[in-house]
Design a protein around this ligand. Structure first.
Ligand code: NAD
Ligand code: UDP
Length: 316
């Protein structure tokens, strides 16, 4: 009989921005890691540095189809995350969240594995409660251009909790707020990558709306620490948990910060606010503090410094 001393961990969406950092962390912690990805938004370059590790395995696979592997834990991250990517093929986005959740939950059920869902602050939509606590049910437009993502993620949460209630599955649900850092796609249209790329090129910084809408920006290392701690929470901790940085900034403040830290000559230009763009977003992380003793440690200026250095190197 083969004895496994290392944990076998599956990361779907493992070639993406967050997934690649998570794979790296799980390997460093001494696990065997299977990265499953269809490479829609995650380039191979994100995981190239891990390819020589004998404990790392990559499978090209679309999670909307069933998957048969043997693992102890599953992190389900597969889903495009930036608005331009998830709106590119909205039906596929919903399928990825919903069929992907069904397939990964079925796998977890068969294996008795703990499964973590990368959910999102988007389940709160354009929130009327501020900051957002996990018991707030959200304010989502079910038929707008963001719905394929928001409602797909909400339905995935529904499936996770039904599998937990009906089939006793150990689930973890992380509601991730805006996260940034190295390996974000430079052209994914997200605000941090856009502003840094524009600032480095001395191009105009595109502010949508009046720039008074707010977001909270979590550095990737903090987020990965939160995901790993959540997965490791004692059995029975099957409740949604906000993971994000409670520091809240207007988009105009972010633009000024990026201009200052890059020493850019960029000017601000104002463009129309996209439909259903949330006006404010800030996590209440009381539950994460209490349950997994987690809170972000990286300030926006420090995180931006590392992210700017990454994008600078990409341009060179
Ligand atoms: P990303 O686009 O960089 O990564 C997603 C990965 O999933 C990519 O590698 C992509 O190729 C893969 N993928 C997409 N569809 C797939 C499919 N059908 N089958 C297999 N692989 C598929 O995005 P990210 O920022 O790394 O986000 C990862 C997860 O975290 C997503 O589920 C996202 O919804 C969630 N999340 C991210 C943020 C954030 O700010 N980055 C915030 C909230 C939630
Ligand atoms: N945004 C902006 N300029 C850009 C890209 C985004 O003003 O070039 C705004 C966007 O309208 C939103 C905020 O920045 O209000 C965050 O956008 P992002 O797409 O990064 O994330 P999400 O809207 O999903 O939180």
């Amino acid at each position: 009989m083969v004895m496994f001393s290392r944990k076998r961990v599956l990361v779907t969406g493992g070639a993406g921005f967050l997934g690649s950092h998570l794979c790296e962390r799980l390997l460093a912690d001494g696990n065997d890691v299977i990265c499953v990805d269809n490479f829609f938004t995650g380039p191979r370059e994100n995981i190239i540095g891990l390819m020589d590790d004998p404990h790392f395995e990559v499978m090209r696979h679309d999670v909307t189809f069933p998957l048969f592997v043997e693992v102890d834990e599953i992190y389900n991250l597969a889903c495009p995350a930036s608005p331009i990517h998830y709106q590119h093929n909205p039906v596929q986005t919903t399928k990825t969240s919903v069929h992907g959740a069904i397939n990964m939950l079925g796998l977890a059920k068969r294996l008795g594995a703990t499964i973590l869902q990368a959910s999102t602050s988007e389940v709160y939509g354009d929130p009327t409660v501020h900051p957002q606590t996990e018991d707030y049910h959200g304010n989502v437009n079910p038929i707008g251009p963001r719905a394929c993502y928001d409602e797909g993620k909400r339905c995935a949460e529904t499936l996770f909790f039904d599998y937990h209630r009906e089939r006793d599955l150990e689930i973890r649900v992380a509601r991730i707020f805006n996260t940034y850092g190295p390996r974000m796609h430079p052209n994914d249209g997200r605000v941090v990558s856009n502003f840094i790329m524009q600032a480095l090129a001395n191009d105009p910084i595109t502010i949508y709306g009046d720039g008074e809408q707010t977001r909270s920006f979590c550095y990737v290392d903090d987020l990965i620490e939160g995901l790993v701690r959540l997965m490791g929470a004692p059995n029975g901790n099957c409740v949604p948990v906000n993971l994000g940085n409670p520091g809240e900034f207007t988009i105009k403040e972010l633009a000024s910060q990026v201009i200052e830290q890059t020493g850019s000559k960029s000017e601000l230009v104002f463009e129309p606010l996209p439909q259903d763009d949330p006006m404010q977003r800030c996590p209440d992380i009381g539950r994460a503090r209490e349950m997994i003793d987690w809170q972000p440690t990286v300030q926006l200026t420090q995180g931006l410094e590392k992210t700017i250095a990454y994008f600078k190197a990409l341009r060179d």
